[in-house]
Write a protein that binds this ligand. Structure first.
Ligand code: PLP
Length: 394
């Protein structure tokens, strides 16, 4: 007997984890592939662990309200206010990571054959959801020449009568770039003109190196925005799976849509109950760990950029946020034919694991996660440099 799987799974790829299978064959691999800060020299603030553990002891182990516990939603509203996002607890839904928030928000919006604009390069969960929802892939470019800023012309050209939303990832994964305020305003204008919702994936908003992050919802005016955020990255708990979405719903233009989201939210019962008690202590408690984390990231990001730009045939744009670099490779100057071959050979010959750019939509690049400590990065970049010199042609 053979059971056939659903064809919608055929195009789903998650390169970040797919490459790990290859790496398991080798010893002493330096892993620069996964954006999990807890794998290196950062760990969860103790007061968050205490709050979650106290909640379990108090037997808050049953189901939570579908939209999340009030205490957590109040803290999310307080935190949003600091970023000039106006909202009430009714605008907030706590989810199983940002991943679930994204899936719920898109599932309640997109009919088969419709589309939402995804950044290219961009985070692969969005393209996986295109397949899951039987939607049409509709990417827009981030401009390599303009430090990976969203390309307004490309957005304008991509919008069609079946476009319902645009995704902005700011700071961006995989590029480590932060959007200019001016470009955000232009995107909002295009959204207003074309009647589309803006999704602001701001999971890295507290990991901006040199300036203050501008929350899209804070400058959106009459344009509806759904903001995604969570504890995974800045609060060092990716395994806790705690995220949320916040509705910016001017003049109630998305009220029937948010009600559709709520239906899906009720149907999946709730996000992890006891861990929701860590949200208030995280957002409103001491933030020292963020400064410490940011100091490390600034140093490691600058080092990554410098070392990559020293390699002939490799170019890395300025890194201004998150913990990713996305150097481009001039394939004409090396003896491998594709970004994937580059990544596989690098693993085989030097035991360094990065992710090929095509996993994010760009076949002439690769992604580095610069979370490891400086000595590991130094060793990894020495190996990458040696590898590139060995494979240079001309
Ligand atoms: N959005 C972006 C841009 C990400 O980079 C990630 C994780 O790497 C997520 C969402 C998923 O976040 P969560 O752990 O909250 O599901």
């Amino acid at each position: 007997m053979v059971i056939e799987y659903a064809s919608r799974t055929e195009n789903i790829e998650y390169a970040i984890r797919d490459v790990v299978v290859m790496a398991q064959k080798y010893e002493n691999v330096l892993y620069l592939n996964i954006g999990d800060p807890n794998k290196f020299d950062s760990s969860t603030p103790q007061h968050m662990i205490d709050a979650a553990s106290a909640a379990m002891t108090k037997n808050f182990n049953g189901y939570a309200p579908a939209e999340g516990i009030l205490e957590a939603r109040e803290a999310i509203v307080e935190d949003a206010k600091k970023k000039d996002i106006k909202c009430t607890t009714d605008d907030v839904i706590v989810t199983t990571g940002v991943s679930e928030a994204i899936e719920l928000a898109l599932s309640a919006l997109i009919n088969p054959g419709e589309n939402f604009l995804t950044p290219n390069p961009g985070y692969p969960l969005y393209t996986a959801l295109v397949s899951k929802l039987d939607a049409q892939l509709n990417p827009y470019d981030l401009s390599e020449e303009n430090n990976w800023q969203p390309d307004l012309k490309s957005i304008e050209n991509a919008i069609n009568e079946k476009t319902k939303a645009i995704i902005i990832i700011n700071p961006n994964n995989p590029t480590g770039s932060v959007c200019d305020k001016n470009i955000l305003s232009q995107i909002l204008k295009l959204a207003a003109k074309n009647n589309i919702v803006v999704f602001a994936d701001e999971i890295y908003d507290k990991l901006v190196f040199y300036e203050k992050h501008v929350a899209l919802a804070s400058v959106a005016g009459d344009v509806p925005v759904i903001t995604f955020n969570g504890l995974s990255k800045s609060y060092l708990v990716p395994g806790w799976r705690i995220g949320w979405m916040i509705f910016h719903n001017p003049n109630n233009v998305i009220s029937s849509y948010t009600e559709a989201i709520r239906k899906l939210v009720r149907a999946r019962l709730c996000a992890n109950h006891p861990l929701q008690y860590s949200i208030k202590p995280a957002l409103l408690g001491p933030q020292v760990h963020i400064d410490e984390f940011l100091n490390k990231l600034r140093q490691r990001g600058a080092f990554t950029e410098k070392r990559m730009n020293e390699i002939p045939g490799v170019k890395c744009n300025p890194i201004t946020g998150a913990f990713y670099a996305f150097p481009t490779i001039n394939l004409d100057r090396f003896d491998f034919k594709s970004d994937k071959e580059f990544i596989i050979s690098l693993l085989k010959e030097e035991q360094v694991l990065c992710v090929h750019g095509s996993g994010f939509g760009r076949p002439n690049a690769f992604r580095i996660v610069f979370l490891p400590p400086m000595d590991t990065l130094e060793e990894a970049y020495n190996r990458i440099e040696r590898f590139c010199k060995k494979h240079a042609i001309g």
